[in-house]
Design a protein around this ligand. Sequence first.
Ligand SMILES: Nc1ncnc2c1ncn2[C@@H]1O[C@H](COP(=O)(O)OP(=O)(O)OP(=O)(O)O)[C@@H](O)[C@H]1O
Ligand SMILES: [Mg+2]
Length: 361
Amino acid sequence: MPLLEIRKVSRRFGDLVAIDQVSFEIEAGEFFSLVGTSGCGKTSLLRMISGLDTPDEGDILLDGKSLLGIAPEDRSIHTVFQSYALFPHLSVADNVAFPLQMRGKTPATIRARTQEVLEHVALTDKVDHFPHQLSGGQRQRVALARAIADLPRILLLDEPLAALDAKLREQMQMELIRLQRDLGITFVFVTHSQAEALALSHRIAVMNRGRVEQLDLPERIYGFPKNKFVADFIGHCALVEATVSAVDGAYLNLETRHLGLVRAPLAADARVGQRGWLALRPEQLKIGHAGAFADLPNRVSGKVCDFLYIGDVTTYIVELGDGLRVEALLANSAPGRVHFFEEGEIVELAWPAGVGRYLHE
Ligand SMILES: Nc1ncnc2c1ncn2[C@@H]1O[C@H](COP(=O)(O)OP(=O)(O)OP(=O)(O)O)[C@@H](O)[C@H]1O
Ligand SMILES: [Mg+2]
């Protein structure tokens, strides 16, 4: 039995359908992420799981039993918010102890639990500090410690790292992974950063306009997006209009507007004459001088119109004959601000028949 089941849940605000017949299951011990653009319904869904809001239709079940009608404090589900929501007049230790006191734990239990969770988040040297004496990352760790103090079944995290700078954010990502693994608490993590979701999650649900577009393992979401929305939202991707002109063994021939005739891997639902999109990731495209890739079936020439040095790789933006811009990545093995092609230079982009993904409309 799944730990949590969302069953045909809908939520409307006036005419707006914020959550539209959403169903999925989360297993015990999972690090599960909800991703999607602003306003797609992530927070609305978390609020219904936590009990702060109620679905208009559908059911939410924990261990197979409906949670509807059960008060938030009786659900064994806690939430960590982006804003931390610490009590400013309470010390770190008292902030963490607060929910334990509310549940009527004994002073000895409270002391022991508080010490234990502060060890988990590496804050034992700050027990007597007040929130204003802490950095953003430390405050977030106190909020985390408070949320896990009485070991909930599920921890909901609504963009908990959004206010942190890039470096700290990465560090906290590592800590979240470790904490989740050590405690075995099921995490439902909301982010609009697709990179964060890919890095942290066991499974990801990609949401769009109140619906789940795809629910899958991170590598499947990235490598095998189900439709144009997911391909576009997760990672960088060139999306090229394509019509299926032949289905040939393990491959498709695609007639495209920008790339001419292209060989691509077979897609299960492709039919001759069907219109759709070819999705190509920047790391799938090879970039070189004209004639460099005579052995590859798919080639197109273009002009370098920009490049972006990102340290370990350089991204080249290449404009094709008819104005379409695509990105190609090249790893930098030598130190320094390396780039192999100049702005305005004519280059060839090429890729094997086995990469790229055809998505029908
Ligand atoms: N209480 C409310 N009253 C009216 N509309 C609401 C209410 N709560 C949410 N909405 C609307 O429902 C939609 C989904 O909102 P929600 O907060 O779930 O989005 P989100 O995915 O969390 O976005 P973000 O990434 O910006 O936090 C939005 O269009 C929002 O304006
Ligand atoms: Mg939100």
